[in-house]
Design a protein around this ligand. Structure first.
Ligand code: AMP
Length: 284
């Protein structure tokens, strides 16, 4: 596996591969790999001849009081794990290589970013859309794989790609979970044993909603009351949002149907903000 740090060298490598007729799949990440990341890399490998993984903790998508400086990092471990699943290039630019102080361009995806995490994290999705655009332009992939764990991010990137005629196939990968249901996340490393138990409130809250909906409850108001009560009964939890949204518009709905996604953000132990989501009805 090659390590490339320089954006121009990354582009040159991709162009060289295209000359030999190879296709390239990109998996953008912020590192500290877990099985979720590795599954995305394997999927990219099944769909393209060559896999590039970018590892870049993007400062512009973190708010001033968020965990940028504390974000977990372990380059040696990440390199081993990526090589182990057959990644061809690990692209690891530093901040100075990605952003100059002259920069004046930001990619803004309207409307989709006003809801859910966008409401709590102003500027976050502009940071994401801009860095993903830069990564697409640098790596020039045929396709890119993103996790459904970041459901809103996936919707924003799909919209951006279509709206700006980027011509890159965007593939969504299902959420990879621990055996007990907790969605894998680099941020789970912040949790001690008791906070980890509290973190299960997200996946269990989703299970509760799916059970109630499966038994016939379609009222978002009633479902929200039930989930809110359940999560609040778990220690060390503070709900950021419980939202039932249409899977494409991301607008709130009042009645659950096949297109309804339940998205949750909950702070655990006062500082670890976790997200999770699922379609509410089976088979949707
Ligand atoms: P991150 O490093 O957290 O920015 O994540 C990089 C990519 O991995 C994003 O597309 C995430 O949606 C995806 N991802 C992170 N955790 C999971 C998970 N548990 N299951 C599926 N995809 C994930």
């Amino acid at each position: 596996m090659k390590i490339i740090r320089n954006p121009a060298k990354m582009t040159a490598w991709s162009r060289e591969q295209y000359r030999t007729g190879k296709t390239i799949g990109l998996v953008p990440t912020m590192g500290y790999f877990h099985e979720g990341h590795l599954s995305l890399m394997r999927m990219a490998g099944r769909r393209a001849n060559l896999v590039v993984v970018s590892l870049f903790v993007n400062p512009t998508q973190f708010g001033p009081n968020e965990d940028l400086s504390a974000y977990p990092r372990d380059f040696d471990r990440d390199r081993e794990l990526a090589a182990g699943v057959g990644v061809d290039v690990l692209f690891v630019p530093d901040v100075a290589a990605m952003y100059s102080s002259w920069e004046k361009t930001t990619v803004i995806v309207r409307d989709l970013t006003d809801h859910l995490c966008g409401a709590d994290r102003p500027g976050h999705f502009a940071g994401v859309a801009t860095v993903v655009t830069k990564l697409f332009n640098i790596v020039q992939p045929d396709l890119a794989v993103f996790g459904q764990k970041d459901f809103q991010q996936l919707a924003v990137i799909r919209r951006m790609c279509t709206d700006l005629n980027m011509g890159i196939e965007i593939i969504g990968h299902p959420i990879v979970r621990e055996a007990d249901g907790l969605a894998m996340s680099s941020r789970n490393t912040y949790l001690d044993d008791s906070l980890r138990e509290s973190a299960l409130s997200l996946s269990r809250g989703i299970d509760l909603a799916r059970r109630l909906a499966g038994a016939g409850e379609r009222s978002v108001k009633q479902l929200t009351i039930a989930i809110r009560a359940f999560i609040n009964s778990c220690p060390e939890t503070a709900i950021d949002y419980i939202s039932f949204v249409n899977d494409r518009s991301l607008h709130d709905v009042t009645v659950v149907d096949e297109e309804t996604v339940l998205a949750l953000a909950v702070k655990i132990g006062g500082r670890v903000r976790l997200i999770d989501n699922s379609y509410v009805l089976d088979g949707s």
